[in-house]
Design a protein around this ligand. Structure first.
Ligand code: ZN
Length: 376
């Protein structure tokens, strides 16, 4: 039986150059649909049981973040539930994934996928909670709904927290994080109840449903990087940002989080808005409190390593967190998680994966409940 390799499913991305020899399979990651960017891959290999597979991604060095392959190990699964890392080598040009499968069909992915079906199930399960409302804000470029989940009861005294995820569709950990937030936030009693008494949490689990289905790394179906569209989103180019931004303007915001994955840095961290003209010591204080509470709450989060802050006044206001901080004068952070193993977790046997991202999301509920902004 010949090997069969395909990406013809939701979120799939691979091009097969030559699959004749299981020990020398040549593949390429394809560009985003309308942009010259690539890094995300996801594909299925069939008829592969007990073969010594060597899957070579020949164009790895030309990817958007070639340093992202240094120290990286790919994810694989047989049952699409349990995902584990497999031996992966980068020689500076080609990324080789090597494995001897125990079953006939094996899936390989840059990070565990979060499918559209799973996305819909997350929305459906959340909206039947008495604590949650689901609102469709508008349609994406390809006509998929932009879904908002509102948790808590809006009133003039309630604080407003916005959490948006997966503007960059290949950063699937963003939606695993959203699932963790929602599952914890919709629990009865406890810390979830405490937070719901004080704040309304607005969650957009997937800002870029088209890009996610298309197997894109960073852009929507029109080739727009949504996290550069916040100054002037248009229905023609970036309807996803247009609808969500409108709703944020209608509602207001006291605390904003934009959830991402970083290809290169093997750490979880939160980048602030230091370069925004309206940045202040009050905002800096809230950001510092957030980071320190998170570090105490979850060992995957740390605050030693992250992006170099922008110089004062030099922020790119097309970026969601900067735009929100500048427009609303509120604390606004971009939270990043790794694709690689997390070097920021002090535990020797930590295995960073989609479950860790979900747990990090669940931890956010306690962090928010403890923040002085929301506890007074
Ligand atoms: Zn991102």
């Amino acid at each position: 039986m010949a090997l069969i390799i395909t990406d013809r499913f939701d979120g799939g991305n691979i091009k097969v150059l030559d699959s004749q020899d299981p020990g020398d399979v040549r593949l390429e990651i394809r560009d985003d649909i309308r942009a010259s960017l690539f890094q995300w891959f996801s594909f299925q290999v069939s008829n592969c049981k007990s073969l010594s597979l060597n899957l070579k991604i020949m164009n790895a060095v030309k990817s958007s973040y070639p340093d992202g392959w240094k120290g990286y190990e790919a994810f694989a699964s047989y049952d699409l539930q349990k995902w584990f890392r497999v031996r992966t080598l980068f020689d500076g040009q080609v990324l080789s994934i090597q494995h001897r499968p125990d079953h006939d069909v094996m899936y390989f992915s840059y990070f565990p996928p979060f499918s559209y079906d799973r996305h819909q199930q997350l929305l459906a399960r959340s909206q039947i909670s008495t604590h949650c409302r689901q609102e469709e804000l508008g349609l994406s470029a390809e006509g998929r709904t932009l879904s908002l989940l509102m948790i808590g009861t809006p009133s003039p005294v309630m604080k407003k927290v916005w959490i948006i995820c997966r503007q960059h569709p290949g950063e699937t950990m963003g939606e695993w994080f959203a699932k963790g937030v929602l599952d914890r936030l919709l629990e009865e009693g406890g810390i979830a109840e405490e937070l719901r008494q004080r704040a309304v949490i607005y969650v957009v689990p997937n800002m870029n449903p088209d890009g996610a289905i298309l197997g894109n790394l960073r852009t929507n179906a029109r080739g727009a990087n949504l996290n550069r569209e916040w100054m002037n989103p248009t229905l023609a180019r970036s309807p996803e940002v247009y609808w969500v931004r409108n709703r944020i303007h209608a509602t207001g915001v006291d605390f904003f989080l934009d959830i991402h994955g970083d290809e290169d840095l093997p750490y979880c961290f939160a980048a602030g808005c230091e370069g925004v003209p309206h940045y202040s010591s009050r905002i800096a204080g809230m950001e510092a409190e957030f980071r320190s509470l998170y570090e105490n709450e979850n060992p995957d989060f740390q605050q030693k390593i992250g992006y170099v802050p922008d110089e004062p006044g030099n922020a790119d206001l097309r970026i969601a967190a900067n735009y929100i901080c500048e427009t609303f004068g509120c604390s606004s952070l971009t939270l990043e998680m790794p694709f690689k193993e997390n070097k920021g977790n002090p535990s020797q046997d930590s295995n960073w994966d989609h479950n860790s991202a979900q747990t990090l999301g669940a931890s956010l509920v306690k962090v928010l409940a403890k923040m002085s902004l929301l506890s007074t």
